[in-house]
Every structure is written in structure tokens, then in C-alpha cells.
Write a protein that binds this ligand. Structure first.
Ligand code: 4NP
Length: 160
């Protein structure tokens, strides 16, 4: 039987640029394009630098440019408990993925993947860290997260 209820956690380094953007984008697209899915969506960082902080103003601006308000999100650090709670944990880059592999408890059934695996047409496996980049780096995060979120929604709708 197909399952339509999923818990998805996005993870980057600081949880102020890429993963809160992905959280906002997936929530927005799911509401518009995948009403059958019941999703719990959150994001977290592997680092503790920005705990409690709102998304970077540059990420907020880029998201708002696509009609997505992420201003209410607040950064947190990923925990071992996340591996029990979430079905799917999606890393933005390989460094995030290897950090997550390092803390994943042996009994966790969470699927741990690179987010861009849901957008194979991009021929890119990582969402580049925009933190030290210019406005175009933040636009690229939106482009990539929109594409991968569409792929993810299709996969979940098909029970893949
Ligand atoms: P994020 O970006 O991992 O996409 O949230 C970064 C945010 C902060 C830092 C690095 C990347 N930092 O070095 O503080």
C-alpha cells in the first residue's frame, strides 16, 4: 500500500542558508502541488554556530523573491533523536552527509541521502554553500532546491 505520510529533515552546516530554504520550498510546493501528501518538514545544521538564529537575510530575500517566506524559521543543531523521528534525512553536501553518517545510530531506519539525488537531471550532487558567495549563489540555492523538491514530491507520491 502506498504511504502518503512522511517526515523529512533537511540538513546543512549552519541551518541558516540552504536547509531552511529547502524546508520552506518543500512546504510551499507540497501545499500547492502535492495535497495528498502529509509531510512533517524540518531542518537542522550539523554545526552549533547559529542555534536560535533566523535564516540569513540573503536567504530570506532570495526565498521571498520566489514567493516563499522563511523568516519565521529558527536554526537548531541536528541530534541523534532526529534519526528516530524522521523517515528521510537529506544532506545538502557530501560534508554534511559524512557528518550525519558519523552520528547516525546503528538502529536507525531513517534513509540518509543527498538532496540533489532527487534531481538527477541537474548533474550536480551538492547544493553549494552560498555563505561566502554573492546574491547569485543564493539564487542558485533556490533554483536547486526547487528542482530537487519537485523530484522529491514525485518520488514520495509514487511511494519511491
Ligand atoms: P548553511 O550555510 O550551511 O547553508 O546554513 C552556512 C552558514 C553559516 C556558515 C557556513 C555555511 N558559517 O560558517 O557560519
Amino acid at each position: 500500500m502506498l504511504k502518503f505520510r512522511y517526515k523529512v529533515l533537511f540538513v546543512c552546516l549552519g541551518n541558516i542558508c540552504r536547509s531552511p530554504t529547502a524546508e520552506g520550498v518543500l512546504r510551499h510546493l507540497a501545499a500547492q502541488e502535492a495535497p495528498r501528501l502529509v509531510l512533517e518538514i524540518d531542518s537542522a545544521g550539523t554545526a552549533d554556530y547559529h542555534i536560535g538564529a533566523a535564516p540569513d537575510p540573503r536567504s530570506q530575500r532570495a526565498a521571498l523573491g520566489r514567493g516563499i517566506d522563511i523568516s519565521g524559521l529558527r536554526a537548531r543543531q541536528v541530534t541523534k533523536d532526529d534519526f528516530a523521528r524522521y523517515d528521510l534525512i537529506l544532506a545538502m553536501d557530501r560534508s554534511n552527509l559524512s557528518e550525519l553518517e558519523g552520528i547516525k545510530p546503528g538502529n536507525s531506519h531513517a534513509a540518509l541521502k543527498l538532496f540533489l539525488d532527487y534531481a538527477p537531471e541537474l548533474n550536480l550532487r551538492e547544493v553549494p554553500d552560498p555563505y561566502y558567495g554573492d546574491a547569485s549563489a543564493f539564487e542558485e540555492v533556490l533554483d536547486l532546491t526547487l528542482a530537487a523538491s519537485r523530484g522529491l514530491l514525485s518520488a514520495l507520491e509514487e511511494g519511491r
